[in-house]
Design a protein around this ligand. Structure first.
Ligand code: PLP
Length: 492
């Protein structure tokens, strides 16, 4: 069923309605459901207070739509659950691993593969093997766990995106691109030997799932080849990138997502991913066609992850991931979130709510800096907007702004260039009406934005502070917002 790529040309994901509108239609049916709950606004206020105005610290029984992340919360398919039952549980030599290896070879076109327990385990192993203190790892955009691992090893990770990337109201289709001139300048200034590797992330998670073009990936690779620098691709969100290349890059209109994914994987020297995103399973992998690179990493796998036929995952997960790899290039899956996000973004733009454009592949990103211009940058506008959205809707979003930036090693606060409130769209999880609800509550908040003020830390952990940090609202604005909501919208 998933091999039928002819369907792609039909563009069935977007139904044209008879009145001319376009509706993204889900190409699956629901066979198992989980009940969710919308608690009254008074309870929501209590819950966010208990969670220290940090959406990470809330229990799921008070969450209505959980749009914190797309990580590990995507809906699996019937075939993945069947693979769970059929997996071959053994420590060494499991046939399930070899099925996974075959899927990687077929879909990614990469010969050598090892599992790791999550994406960040790959981010632990790769720089451990390929960098030394003082090295540089240029990247199109950082990811939280990537940067933490690079900096623990006393390396630096400059982000060399193009200027357009920071324009939240942009029309540029490939904001995830690396700037080749900036890369050349870094190589010239420091020498190629100081560059441990160049890292490209497809799509850029913290930028809102913005893609890069194939042309850019290849241009950067050329620079790497010329300077004998290794290129690493973080492909955790690669299928959405491939789908947007198909939609936006000249020459790719008639290629399938499967073909584009394979072409992308043929460019870097080394590939890794978190399976929690595109393959809808907990786990990850590292893969390459370069045997020498592979053999440098492989001996370290049993030290940190496990024997090479399971790499820190259970065989059940390896089996589900083998199916997930084959399914992830299905345009109905790769394009589903892209379409859903576009639907939301178009409506929010029309309602005057400042959101990141063009739509990316990960979620709806609200520009909290523009949404709350009266909240100073050092009072965390994105964190405040996430808390406010929860109070007004029961929707859990994620702060992607200054709270998500750790201080420099000298203790200076790093101001994020973007203050985003991210409503992630987990794959195949939320329906069209639920997205409409989110749009409505964001619009209501925008009309009442003056009620929202800033936050201050009451507990600040030393690393990845956004996970466990606690904050408090300045001037008790949470209570005032909840009261205004109740007055206009009722107790729920
Ligand atoms: C999620 C993610 C990671 C980390 O993977 P985990 O499985 O959460 O450890 C790394 N890079 C990108 C781009 C991601 O989206």
């Amino acid at each position: 069923m998933y091999d039928d790529h002819n369907r792609e040309a039909e563009g069935r994901l977007v139904m044209k309605l008879s009145d001319g509108r376009e509706l993204p239609v889900e190409m699956w049916k629901t066979r198992i459901v989980q009940k969710i709950n919308l608690v009254p606004v008074a309870d929501r206020l209590k819950a966010i207070e208990e969670g220290g105005y940090n959406t990470f610290l809330m229990k799921s029984n008070v969450i209505f739509l959980d749009m914190l992340t797309d990580s590990g919360v995507n809906a699996m398919s019937d075939n993945q659950l069947a693979a769970w039952m059929n997996s071959d549980d053994c420590y060494a030599g499991s046939m399930t691993f070899y099925e996974f290896e075959k899927a990687v070879q077929d879909v990614l076109g990469l010969k050598y593969v090892m599992n790791v327990h999550q994406g960040r385990a790959a981010e632990h192993l790769i720089p451990k093997v390929f960098s030394k203190p003082g090295d540089i790892v240029p990247t199109n955009f950082h990811f939280t766990t990537t940067r933490a691992h690079i900096e623990i090893l006393q390396c630096t990770m400059p982000e060399i995106y193009k200027d357009e990337a920071m324009n939240t109201a942009s029309k540029y289709p490939f904001k995830g691109e690396m700037d080749p001139e900036k890369l050349n300048a870094i190589i010239k200034k420091n020498g190629a030997k100081k560059i441990a590797f160049v890292r490209m992330e497809a799509t850029t998670n913290l930028m809102g799932g913005q893609p890069f073009s194939m042309a850019n990936l290849k241009e950067i690779k050329e620079i790497c080849v010329k300077n004998k620098i290794m290129m690493v691709l973080d492909g955790s969100l690669m299928c959405e990138n491939a789908y947007m290349i198909r939609e936006r890059e000249k020459g790719y209109e008639n290629k399938t997502v499967a073909q584009i994914v394979k072409e992308m994987c043929s460019v870097p020297d080394l590939y890794y991913m978190s399976g929690r995103k595109n393959t809808c399973v907990r786990g990850g992998c590292i893969a390459t066609n370069n045997e020498e690179i592979f053999l440098k990493i492989k001996p370290w796998l049993p030290v940190y992850e496990g024997f090479f036929t399971y790499g820190g995952m259970s065989q059940r997960e390896v089996g589900m991931m083998a199916v997930g790899i084959r399914e992830m290039v299905d345009p109905d899956l790769a394009g589903a979130t892209v379409r859903q996000i576009k639907f939301g973004i178009d409506k929010l733009v029309a309602a005057g709510v400042p959101v990141v454009t063009p739509p990316g592949g990960l979620g709806i990103h609200v520009d909290a800096g523009k949404f709350l211009p009266h909240v100073p940058h050092n009072e965390y506008p994105a964190g405040a907007l996430c808390a406010a959205l929860y109070i007004a809707s029961g929707i859990r979003s994620m702060e992607r702004g200054t709270v998500s930036m750790d201080r420099t090693p000298d203790g200076v606060e790093r101001m994020s260039e973007l203050e985003l409130c991210r409503l992630a769209c987990p794959r195949r999880v939320y329906s069209q009406s639920q997205i409409e609800y989110a749009i409505d509550r964001l619009t209501w908040l925008h009309k009442n934005k003056k009620l929202i003020k800033g936050l201050k830390f009451t507990y600040e952990p030393p690393v990845l502070r956004f996970f466990l940090g606690k904050l408090a609202p300045i001037d008790n604005w949470g209570e005032k917002l909840a009261a205004a909501y109740k007055k206009e919208m009722g107790p729920v």
